[in-house]
Design a protein around this ligand. Structure first.
Ligand code: SF4
Length: 285
């Protein structure tokens, strides 16, 4: 029997996994000593052992259903690409690559598209995932770093989940949050999301804003906090940000709430009071 400590590759929670091989059969369990999950695994991580077999995998190149060698497969792909470009031009081709490529793989794929095919039609799912977060981190904190740990989230008085259905997307972190709220009923959870998701089950407040209006809500929130004189203005461009926020009254921001919710006129003042005391933001991606 052989046991290996490893990490679940599926999502950013990064759960620790103990993989055991016994008589050629792999099984997995959550690593109880791992600081991310303390033994918990969601259904994806718990099913990892099922992904280790070779059944159903593409082990050799195939051309029109027939197994062929690499030279034949590469020549066929090249010829077909060349024929499309000859007939329709380079803009007729696009690559949508995986976010799991390594840096060198990205470089090679970009070189092929931009340097050889001659079009800029290449993107990856990374754009939908981390690139928006990285841009936000750099602008807000000056570096691509996540500014808190899971323990910080558990010890927060107020957790604001913005566009994040953590119950589905980051289930182990969500379970830690559920436990933290059970241990500390004073913890406040606010979910900002147009939809009522499973994460709302632990929300003290669900702000169902209209899609695409979150920036307006945050500017209104800044103004609401400014009105309580609780703004720590020691951040870059604070004067400009506060000046821009000045016209964003509570009633203007409340206009973003979906009609059924507009009656909750205390939403912004209540949230801003809580946020002014303490805040912990978790963005979904
Ligand atoms: S939450 Fe689930 S998918 Fe994400 S790392 Fe943990 S076990 Fe894997």
């Amino acid at each position: 029997m052989m046991q290996t400590q490893t990490t679940c590759p599926y999502c950013g929670v990064g759960c620790g996994v103990r993989a055991t091989v016994s008589d050629g059969v792999v099984s997995v369990q959550g690593d109880e000593a791992h600081p991310a999950n303390f033994g918990r695994l969601c259904v994806k991580g718990a099913s990892l052992a099922e992904t280790t077999g070779l059944a159903g995998r593409l082990l050799h190149p195939q051309l029109d259903g027939e197994t062929v060698g690499w030279p034949q497969a590469l020549n066929a792909a090249g010829e077909r690409l060349r024929a499309i470009i000859a007939e329709h031009g380079p803009q007729a081709v696009a690559f949508y690559a995986s976010g799991q490529l390594l840096t060198e793989d990205y470089y090679a794929a970009n070189k092929l598209m931009k340097g050889f095919i001659g079009a800029g039609n290449i993107d990856t799912n990374s754009r939908l995932c981390m690139s928006s977060a990285v841009t936000g981190y750099k602008r807000a904190f000056g570096a691509d770093v996540v500014p808190c740990s899971y323990e910080d989230v558990e010890h927060s008085d107020l957790v604001v989940l913005v566009g994040s259905n953590a119950a589905w997307a980051h289930p182990v972190l969500y379970q830690r949050l559920v436990q933290a709220k059970r241990d500390n009923p004073q913890m406040n959870v606010v979910v900002i999301d147009p939809r009522r998701t499973a994460t709302c089950d632990i929300a003290d407040q669900h702000l169902a804003i209209a899609p695409g209006t979150d920036a307006g809500l945050f500017v209104g929130l800044l103004q609401a906090i400014a009105e309580t004189d609780k703004v720590n203005a020691d951040f870059a461009d604070a004067a400009i940000a506060l000046e821009k926020a000045a016209g964003w009254t509570g009633s203007r921001s409340r206009g973003f709430l979906r009609p059924a919710r507009r009656r909750s006129s205390g939403v912004l003042p209540a949230l801003s009071r809580r946020t002014a005391r303490h805040h912990s933001l978790h963005h979904g991606h």
